[in-house]
Design a protein around this ligand. Structure first.
Ligand code: ATP
Length: 298
């Protein structure tokens, strides 16, 4: 289990991370979200032990970060950092040895992962000869070759085609099932919604939204009404609580500022002819994120 407890990191006058606390349990995928410059990379670097001049505590299974523990962390960075002139085998041995793994174990694990990712034939090819997607697979393997207890994934799907996104997702779910603690960072909220039970949203280093995703959505007072049928859009737009109306295919999405307006809108809409659908939905994480982060920046 990773525990980040009241951590603050300053770069001179800039407070990059401000009183941040969260835990990631074994077998949990935790979302660490924020716009550019919010403090995510700084947080990763502190967890990895690359920055140590911060206040607060970071522990894994109760132990402060040290070399022995950082060997059990895997990190897939957003910027790809492969050594292009090496072969896949040389590259993975290089990373594995840095993590203190015997070469025979590295080779055994590599064969498994190359097979799992469908790239066994590239084992002795130079990285620069691989496609971008296959380089991404090698980068992912380098992050998990140490069988990490804690895995940090920063935009893991960038540059992948839809088939490979599915492949990566299944590998991530398998690692979770095996008990790996995973920090997942992405600007793609639909991926975060898919994976993360708990999350934190950072704005200028500070948590502005934190907790269980299902509760965050339930507690969020804005809702969407999905309506199919012939409504008078201008009339509905004038009703109390209505913020905007979009039409996607044959469905209206009516955004309302508070759940308390549902009843009056239901009464109004049910008077129209041909209403085939009326349902109340929680907003997407993307809508919540934009609203919260936008408000915090104003
Ligand atoms: P991105 O999504 O763009 O990678 P981030 O959320 O990872 O952003 P950080 O890189 O952690 O954000 O940066 C947090 C803040 O700390 C920013 O204001 C950044 O300019 C500042 N910062 C980061 N590294 C340094 C540094 N080495 N020296 C001074 N300021 C820094």
């Amino acid at each position: 289990m990773l525990k980040v407890d009241n951590v603050t990191k300053k770069y001179g006058e800039i407070v990059a991370v401000n009183g941040l606390s969260f835990t990631v349990n074994d077998g949990e995928i935790f979302g660490l979200l924020g716009l550019n410059g919010a403090g995510k990379t700084t947080t990763f670097r502190m967890i990895l032990g690359l920055i140590d001049d911060y206040t607060g505590d970071i522990t894994i299974d109760g132990e402060h970060i040290n070399y022995k523990i950082s060997d059990k962390i895997g990190f897939l960075t957003e910027e790809r950092s492969l050594l292009l002139k090496m072969t896949v085998l040389e590259q993975i041995i290089y990373y594995g040895v840095l993590k203190s793994i015997p070469v025979s174990d590295i080779e055994k694990r590599l064969d498994y992962w190359l097979d799992r990712f469908g790239i066994s034939e590239y084992k002795n090819r130079k990285i620069k000869e691989l496609s971008k997607g296959n380089q991404q697979k090698v980068q992912f393997i380098s992050a998990i070759i140490n069988e990490p207890k804690l895995l940090i994934l920063d935009e893991p799907f960038s540059g992948l085609d839809p088939i490979n996104v599915e492949l990566f997702k299944s590998v991530i779910m398998d690692l979770k099932k095996k008990g790996t603690s995973i920090i997942f960072s992405s600007h793609r909220m639909e991926h975060v919604e898919l994976f993360c039970e708990n999350l934190v949203v950072l704005v200028k280093g500070k948590s502005v939204l934190q907790g269980k995703l299902s509760k965050i959505k339930k507690d969020y007072k804005k809702k969407n009404l999905l309506v199919r049928g012939d409504i008078n859009k201008d009339e509905i737009m004038k009703c109390d609580g209505v913020e905007k109306i979009d039409k996607v295919n044959d469905e209206y999405i009516i955004s309302i500022s508070d759940e308390s307006y549902v009843n009056s809108l239901f009464k109004k809409i049910s008077k129209y002819d041909n209403i085939l659908k009326f349902s109340v939905e929680d907003p997407s994480l993307n809508e919540i994120f934009i609203s919260i982060v936008g408000d915090s920046y104003e």
